[in-house]
Design a protein around this ligand. Structure first.
Ligand SMILES: [Zn+2]
Length: 141
């Protein structure tokens, strides 16, 4: 059955214009990623910090909890990015940088299908996030 599906897509590729075919396959890919990630929260158990009498143990647990929270945050961000990308496919704005409105290269979209920024704007955004993160770490100490 899967084999037939692949054949059918092959035929459509020749028929449909390149751009909408690329969008369709991107949508298919994103929906797959979304389904994959919309699993029940697997980190929830790890978050609970018990009131351990041993301080060292507690510090260790808190570090683990922080890691788990950060992991959830990045999973959540990714999920959000995937949802937004799907929304942009429907809007017809997919592949356009949200920051500078230049089109995002297809090379980049193939690697990061949920990208909302072009590579240049992503670098700027990453740097800003990095700075935010460092600040939080410093003030937590
Ligand atoms: Zn940009």
């Amino acid at each position: 059955m899967n084999h037939n599906a692949v054949k059918r897509i092959d035929v459509e590729v020749k028929r449909v214009s390149m751009e909408s075919t690329a969008l369709e396959s991107m949508k298919f890919l994103l929906l797959g990623l979304l389904r994959e990630r919309e699993q029940p929260q697997r980190h929830r158990d790890e978050i609970a910090v018990e009131n351990a009498p041993d301080t060292l143990d507690r510090v260790q647990r808190e570090a683990e909890r922080d890691l788990a929270i950060r992991q959830i945050q990045s999973d959540f961000d990714r999920l959000q990015s995937i949802r937004l990308a799907l929304q942009r496919i429907d809007d017809g704005t997919y592949g356009t940088c949200l920051r500078c409105e230049e089109s995002i290269s297809s090379k980049r979209l193939n690697v990061v299908p949920w990208a909302s920024f072009c590579i240049k704007c992503q670098e700027i955004a990453d740097r800003e996030n990095q700075e935010d993160g460092d600040e939080k770490v410093l003030s937590a100490r």
